[in-house]
Design a protein around this ligand. Structure first.
Ligand code: OGA
Ligand code: MN
Length: 289
């Protein structure tokens, strides 16, 4: 039987909706289709208090496409990654260590895996342990950001591509030890168009974020400054919203057309999130599991 789904778009923001009246662990195909359609429209869906196990999160994620292999140093299991400032034994991680610097990287606007040859399609994040303050996640609507550009900028960017590099973005936060030399070798800088068209909606959007170093064929410093200005403008109201997590919440966002960032939280408090990633749709994608 189709469940009584309720989809409430965020008031006052161009993206995001809250979905209730569904048990994701027992999802029929008709309800999944409604969820997928709503996701294409809103870019980010929040499902409060679903309390999915790892296996249930992986199963729900797989309905959106093949999973993307996570970088092994970050994830013990390539299917699902744990983002946490505490070890399994409850001990806090080293505040200056490479893993802390990996988490710090997430606090800058980005889209997951844009540094891969085939970037990811979507990410799902669930809250396992929340801090009593801070630790919100925010998303910015890069479709509305494109729509808001003046015509001259749209023309200027029409044929432009950005160079995305994880070594560049992790270098900015001082955390290049997070990967082994072998892993770095598998991640050379890649080029992606700055304006992309969403395959499901046909809407154009900006494709930027912290892994975008500069514009191919242009002055590095000048084009980097332009990318930064575009990101600043993109992430202003009404194109942005923030989610304050409760344990058990799970969120899916569309990495093709939204940026996200995590906010910091008090270092002495535990925050643990579980992440699954949907690989970009491409038969030749070497990152699909
Ligand atoms: C991520 C991410 C931010 C957060 O999981 O990709 O950027 O708030 N997370 O934990
Ligand atoms: Mn991320």
């Amino acid at each position: 039987m189709t469940q009584m789904l309720s989809i409430e778009p965020n008031q006052g923001a161009t993206l995001g909706a809250r979905v209730t009246g569904v048990t994701l662990a027992q999802l029929d195909d008709a309800t999944f289709k409604q969820i997928e359609d709503a996701w294409h429209i809103h870019g980010v869906l929040i499902f409060p208090e679903q309390f999915l196990s790892d296996e249930e999160q992986v199963a729900f994620s797989r309905r959106f496409g093949g999973l993307e292999k996570l970088i092994t140093k970050i994830a013990a299991d390539p299917n699902i990654g744990v983002l946490s400032n505490v070890r399994p034994n409850g001990q806090l991680i080293e505040p200056e260590g490479s893993y802390a610097l990996f988490l710090l990287g997430n606090t800058f606007w980005h889209t997951d895996s844009s540094f891969k040859r085939v970037p990811s399609k979507a990410s799902l994040l669930s809250a396992r342990q929340v801090s009593s303050e801070g630790g919100e996640t925010e998303w910015a609507d890069m479709r509305a950001a494109y729509d808001a550009l003046d015509d001259a900028t749209k023309v200027d960017l029409q044929e432009a591509s950005a160079i995305h590099s994880y070594r560049y973005s992790q270098g900015l936060v001082g955390g290049v030890d997070v990967l082994s030399e072998e892993e770095w070798k598998a991640l050379p800088p890649v080029e992606h168009p700055i304006i992309r068209t969403h395959p499901a909606t046909g809407r154009k959007n900006l494709y930027l974020g912290r892994h975008a170093s500069h514009i191919s064929g242009r002055d590095v410093e000048e084009s980097r400054a332009l990318l930064n200005r575009l990101t600043d403008e993109a992430s202003k109201p009404p194109r942005v919203f923030s989610h304050t997590w409760s344990e058990g919440d799970i969120v899916i966002w569309d990495n093709r057309c939204v940026l996200h960032r995590g906010r910091t939280w008090p270092a002495e408090q535990a925050r643990t999130m579980a992440r699954t990633t949907i690989a970009g749709d491409d038969d030749t994608n070497e990152w699909t599991l």
